[in-house]
Design a protein around this ligand. Sequence first.
Ligand code: SAH
Length: 402
Amino acid sequence: MQPIPKESDLPKVKLAARGAARLKQGHVWVYRSDIASADGVAPGALATVTDPRGKPLGTALYSSSSQIAIRLISQEPIADFPALLRQRISDAIAYRETILGESNVGNTNACRLIFSEADFLPGLIVDRYNDILSLQILTQGMDANPLRETVISELTARLHPAAMVERVDPRVRELETLPPRPSGPLQGTKTSTTFTMNGVQFHCDALEGQKTGAFLDQRENYAAAAQYAHGEVLDVFCYQGGFALHLAPRCSQVTGVDSSRPALEVAEQNAALNGREIEWIEANAFDLLKDYAASNHRYDTIVLDPPAFAKTKRDLDSALRGYKELNLRALKMLRPGGILVTCSCSYHVSQANFLEMLASAAVDAHRTLRLIEVRGQAKDHPILLTVPETAYLKCVIATVSL
Ligand code: SAH
């Protein structure tokens, strides 16, 4: 294990004026283009960040290759970095206990325990699925030892999971010029389990599937949608059945649509686990909605939860066209009094963009929409007010009145 250097020995990264201004406004990222000098700073190193005149602004992890070169850890010097990490892990766990605590005991045993910047642990994501922890490391800094080992040992000491797995995003490792490594167990041998969200049960194979497993960010939206859903339901982009399974108890018939067969196979297992009968259709959602709209299919509730269409700012216009097409078709298929649950997980599509798109889709579909709820991500994915990138999920629940 490499010892962590003392604050006074830390290398220095000097920021250009724009980078310094960004930190002063409360952001924690500085882009490479806003760095004046980072001579001799090793990839992933902890560094003292200064303004253009050399005045310290805080301590940060440095990436030698990402466009996000600086991720601030503290506005102060750091005396003992592993101790600070352990404290922040403990605070993140305590925060989940507070927000999930009383109302949810026995009802939910899966949540995001650590959400990177929003938990002051940039580059680290940890999800809990009942007795398995799934860890994702996204930066050179967090990947380096002894940080990696500190994280694993602190999580183990606090939570005693049956197993811990690492989910590797190969593209992220490439961007961070980190050597490739496979996803796999870090501790224990268990890789699958079942977990509960809002009392609904799900299978989890911690090394399969998209993201780190399930879409935990939708947990509160599942419960909200279930309050209003009724009749015949179409859950479009259903993945492993998150919405479909939550809505089934209140609805007469539920159909889930996704283009991924492996996702639908797990969805079917999830339905069996909860004793529900749901129809799963493997199809391209755009084609299916077009066909169904043309052949006069009608529903009382439609859920749209597509993947992020805008991966970058440049994709915004084409993303909005994609969202509009989906929403327009869904609106045409809803019966009067019907419920639309429509989501976007693209950070680059703001809530205002999304509502404007929806209004325009409603006008074109000749339907009148009333908003019931405008929602975001579940509270275990906290939003840091001065870091807008931590807020990404939109979920609008609306009723078609005409
Ligand atoms: N609603 C889900 C999450 C959806 S994630 C939940 O709550 O768990 C987006 C899903 O869209 C993925 O399962 C992906 O397989 C699916 N998908 C992506 N493109 C698609 C397409 N063109 N047609 C149908 N499904 C698609």
